[in-house]
Design a protein around this ligand. Sequence first.
Ligand code: HEC
Length: 148
Amino acid sequence: MASSTCKLVTRIAMATAAATLVALPLQLVPTHAQGQSFGDRLYHDKADCQFCHGVNGDGHGDPRSPGKAPNLHATKLTRDQLIEVITCGRPASEMPHFDKYAYEDKSCYGLSAAELGKNMPPDPHSTPLTKREIEAVTDYVLATFVGK
Ligand code: HEC
């Protein structure tokens, strides 16, 4: 290899390495700048769980919110059970079902909307969530409130 080619290859390699070093911190910036995690935003904004369960998950939501939303710090539910209650709501209570299609089949507690009648959990006052969003808000609740 002629020495000029050799120098060129070295330069390209160094330039690539430098570009990678510069690009890395830049990629991290958006995550830090946002501050709030996806689950956090779902809890406080998009799904508005805080309206009933409180900003800090302690059950002290807006006094006008319906039902007596429990303190999430004290829940004994497992991750799967949390996902179930957020997906399906709680029959005969104000806890909404965040899965839009809950009770269209019998995947929630083996019950259909027809069987539940007036005990059907309400639709959210905010918005339904996807499976991925339900998992994200569950993991946020687990990491931030449960047992803390
Ligand atoms: C309209 C008010 C309201 C909203 C909005 C609401 N909840 Fe609830 N939630 C309740 C009530 C009331 C209960 C108690 C149900 C019962 O009587 O068993 C409950 C129960 C729960 C439980 C079961 C706790 C336990 O230990 O049994 C979990 C977990 C929960 N909510 C999480 C959430 C999450 C996460 C959101 C947002 C995605 C949310 N809730 C939105 C009112 C609400």
